[in-house]
Structures are given as structure tokens and as C-alpha cells.
Design a protein around this ligand. Structure first.
Ligand SMILES: [Zn+2]
Length: 412
């Protein structure tokens, strides 16, 4: 899908008190005494808003996040007149203002979903900050990315808060995976293991993103009846990732599945059927590894430190968590990351890995399991059409400094 959804959100909740004044008492009625009803205990849901249909509802306060602002690296054109420079500056200021405004709304939306709240709170506690930086989101049109080495969530400007909420939710999941659970592919891992981990963490990010959309549309089961709900992110998910969101909705037969991790686990597994996403992450990771290998090669001790580590299936499973619960252990107890479905690669990627071992590691590539079809236009589709993704290191971007590099996760 386009980097921005076709339709800009045509409404937004207006955060202002709606009319709470009681209607005038009819004077000619029979004098029946009615005691006033006790105030509803609506817990956290204290902010009066309008819902999508213009009806009054109550929302929860936004989770506080650390927002840096909009980075502008543009140098003023020395040939411009002062008036033209001032006009340009006014335009940049206006853009920064729109970014702040959209982010504020996106955080407010995310804060209505229990999953959204959880990832925002966790990533902020871990020291992550949010910034708009078009230079970092890059020329490929990524909408956002998570950079664990700088603890930044980097966004591109958008005018659709519902879309930005999903994007921010997805990237926040990566922030938590990396910083809290040390769950991230890096140059420590064998390339095929890096891809297995890429699949694992992306499946989790898409699954929680789906969960956020469901919680916003269906409401928090623990919330009051008049809580604010929002359909738009779910409609966007149905359009972009119909297979993933359908899998989650299929198991959603009561509130219970929305609360116990069943919907998240169903969405998680559906990720593995999406060959576009698989191809995209296979390509992204092996390209990234190929770019880093020659730079790291001279370092000592090369073989022990880089591209040598495997990861135990159960270790990953324990760290894939939704709201603090390892939901795969609970809902998919027999699932393993060692089978073809969860670690198998297309023939195209297998060849690239064999070449990687030959060129960089000087050993034979291990026996690799085969799975999937390599989709040739995956990058265009994922970056141009879907809300996906991930690890592309551009030439000239951050040279390797630490011994363990982790690829940033991209989202379009
Ligand atoms: Zn991702």
C-alpha cells in the first residue's frame, strides 16, 4: 500500500467536553421524585471525546512518551533572498508542527489499546525517544524505523494518525524486543539464524500491531460501555495484511481470546504464510550481512565473534511476549523455530547464504531447510504497498562501531 493510506482519516475525535448539562426539568410533569444516579466508575476512562460517529464517549489519558521533535538537516540556500529564506523556514516550522500534532494524536489512539499502552510504556521506560527525521527514514520510502543502538523510533511525517499509531505500535514492539529481551538478529548470528530471528520478531511485531487494531475496534473488555472505539486502524489492517488480521479475527469468538493472547498467537502464525514478507526479510537480512561482513572481517577474533551464533528455539519462544506473557508457549506449545516453516528459506536465499559462507566464513554452509517461494517484487510490495519493515543499511549510513551490530527495523 502506499506509504500513506489512500484515504486520509476523514475525522478525528475532538478532545473537548461534550454537553454535560442536564436537560431542563419539565415544569408541568407530575412531581415524581427521582434521585440522581450515582456517578459511573469508569476508572482510567476520564477524558470526554467524540467517537467516529460523533457520539460522546470516554477515553484514557495518553501515555507520556519522550518526543524529540523534527530533525531538519537542510542547509539554507545561500542564493535565496532573506524573504525567500524566511518563507522556507516558515514552511519547515509548519511541517514540524504538523508532525507533532499527528504524533500526539497517534499516541492518544495507541493509548486506548491495552497492548498499545504496554509497548509505549515499556519502550519509554527503556529509554527510547521518538523523532521525525526524513533523512533516516530514507529514500526507499520507509514510514518509520526502530534504531536500537541509539534507542530511537524514527518516523517520517504523515497526516494520518490512525496509520501512524499502527506504525508506532509496530516499532515500539521492536524496541521492547531488543532492549528488554535481547531478542534481535545481529552480526553475532549466522546469516540463516539472523533470518530465523528476523521472521520471529517481525511476526511478533505484526501480531501485536494486529492486536492493537482489534482492541481499538472492539474496545478494551475491561473498559466501560461508553469507552471510545475506533474502526479505522482495523480497516487499514484488513486492507494491508488481510491474511494476518483474518487469522486473528477467526479465533476472536469472545472477549477472552482478545485478552489471553489467542488472537496474537493466531496472527503470529499467519505471518509465516506471507511469502512477500518472508522474501523481504530474507533479502534484507542477507544483504545487510553481506554489507557488514567485509568491514568486520579484519577485527579479532573474527570467527568467534561474528556470524557464528545459533539461537535455541525455546530461548526465542520464552522471549516472544505480549503484555509480559510468552504467548507462544501458552497457545502454541508444540511450535518450534527449528522446522522448515519457521526457519526454512527459499532457493534464492539459500544460494546467497552458500556464497556468504564461501566468501566470508570459509566453511561449508550448513544444511538449510527449504520453504517458500522467492517473490521477486517483494521489496516494492512491502515498502511501497504494505506497512512492513526492516533492515536496510544504506551506503554511508552509520559505519560499524560496536562489535555486535543490530540492523534497524524499517516500516513503510
Ligand atoms: Zn518490523
Amino acid at each position: 500500500m502506499s506509504r500513506k493510506p489512500e484515504k486520509a482519516t476523514p475525522y478525528f475525535m475532538i478532545v473537548r467536553p461534550f454537553n454535560m448539562v442536564a436537560p431542563p426539568t419539565p415544569v408541568c410533569e407530575a412531581p415524581t421524585f427521582k434521585p440522581p444516579s450515582p456517578p459511573v466508575d469508569r476508572g482510567d476512562w476520564t477524558i470526554p471525546v467524540m467517537d467516529e460517529n460523533g457520539a460522546p464517549a470516554f477515553a484514557r489519558p495518553a501515555v507520556p512518551v519522550d518526543f524529540i521533535g523534527t530533525i531538519n538537516v537542510e542547509k539554507p540556500d545561500p542564493f535565496l533572498s532573506d524573504a525567500a529564506k524566511a518563507k522556507r523556514q516558515a514552511h519547515l516550522d509548519r511541517e514540524a508542527e504538523l508532525n507533532r500534532d499527528c504524533l500526539e494524536k497517534a499516541v492518544f489512539i495507541l493509548s486506548q489499546s491495552p497492548t498499545g499502552r504496554d509497548v509505549l510504556e515499556q519502550m519509554t521506560k527503556e529509554g527510547y525517544r521518538i523523532v521525525f527525521d526524513e533523512r533516516r527514514t530514507g529514500d526507499r520510502g520507509a514510514g518509520g524505523l526502530c534504531d536500537p543502538s541509539e534507542k530511537l523510533i524514527i518516523l517520517r511525517g504523515h497526516d494520518d494518525p490512525g496509520y501512524m499509531a499502527l506504525l508506532l505500535g509496530h516499532e515500539s514492539v521492536h524496541a521492547v524486543q531488543n532492549t528488554r529481551h535481547d531478542l534481535f538478529p545481529s552480526t553475532r548470528h549466522k546469516p540463516e539464524v539472523g533470518i530465523k530471528m528476523s521472521f520471529a520478531i517481525e511476526a511478533d511485531a505484526y501480531a501485536q500491531q494486529s492486536q492493537i487494531a482489534l482492541e481499538l475496534a472492539y474496545g478494551d473488555p475491561q473498559g466501560p460501555k461508553d469507552q471510545w472505539k475506533m474502526q479505522e486502524p482495523l480497516l487499514q489492517m484488513r486492507e494491508r495484511f488481510p491474511d494476518i488480521i483474518k487469522a486473528a479475527e477467526r479465533v476472536l469468538i469472545s472477549d477472552k481470546q482478545l485478552q489471553n493472547g489467542a488472537t496474537v498467537a493466531a496472527a503470529y502464525e499467519a505471518f509465516y504464510d506471507n511469502f512477500y514478507l518472508r522474501t523481504f526479510y530474507e533479502d534484507a537480512h542477507i544483504d545487510w550481512a553481506n554489507q557488514y561482513a567485509p568491514k568486520l572481517k579484519g577485527s579479532f577474533p573474527w570467527l568467534q565473534r561474528h556470524f557464528s551464533k545459533d539461537t535455541d528455539s525455546q530461548w526465542i519462544k520464552d522471549r516472544i511476549q505480549h503484555r509480559g506473557r510468552p504467548y507462544l508457549n501458552e497457545h502454541l506449545p508444540n511450535m518450534t523455530f527449528d522446522d522448515a516453516r519457521h526457519s526454512g528459506l527459499t532457493d534464492v536465499t539459500q544460494k546467497k547464504i552458500q556464497r556468504f559462507y564461501k566468501n566470508h566464513v570459509k566453511g561449508d554452509a550448513p544444511e538449510l531447510k527449504k520453504y517458500g517461494v522467492h517473490m521477486r517484487d517483494a521489496a516494492e510490495l512491502v515498502l511501497g504497498l504494505t506497512t512492513g519493515i526492516h533492515a536496510i543499511f544504506k551506503p554511508g549510513d552509520a559505519p560499524p562501531k560496536a562489535s555486535d551490530r543490530t540492523p534497524p527495523r524499517w516500516n513503510s
